[in-house]
Design a protein. Sequence first.
Length: 169
Amino acid sequence: MSDPIREPGPDTVNAVLLPLRDERLLLPHLALADAITPGALRPAADGAPDWFAGWVVWQDLDLPVLRFERLNGGSHDSGGRRARIAVLQAMTAGAGGPRFGLLCDGHPQLTRLGRDALEALPLRAADVAALVLARARLDDRDAVIPDLAAIELRLAELLETGTATAARS
C-alpha cells in the first residue's frame, strides 16, 4: 500500500525550503542530508572570498561551507542565534566532495508542492544569473531556485586554487 504522505503524486514534488536572512531557497528534498548548528564552524582563511564561510566537520567529513547571499551578490548573510548549516548532497563531482554546507537562518522546512503552487517571477537585478535558475512566489513569499551544479562549480574552483584549504585543521 502506498503512503500518500511520503510519495508525491504525478502533479506534486517534495521539496525543502532553506530560510535565509531576507529570502528562502527552494531545493529538491533529496538535496538535503542534514541540518546542524554552526558552533564548530572554522572560519575561512584570509584571502578567501566573502561567500566562503569556512569548514565544518560532519560525520567525519571536512565540509566546505558557503554563504549563498554573498555568492549571489548580496552584502549580508544568514546567521544569528537560529543559524544552521544545511548539509547538501553534491549533485556533481565538482563540489570537492560528496557534500557541502550552506549557512542558513533557521531549520530547513520540508514541503510538498503542487504543480500550481509556484508562480514564476523574474530574477532580480542583483541576482547572479549563472547561479539562480529561477525565482518563484510560494505561499505569498519569494523563493530562489538556485543552480546547485553552478554553485558546486564555483566551490570546486575555489578549492582548486588552495585559497580555502588553509582554513582546514
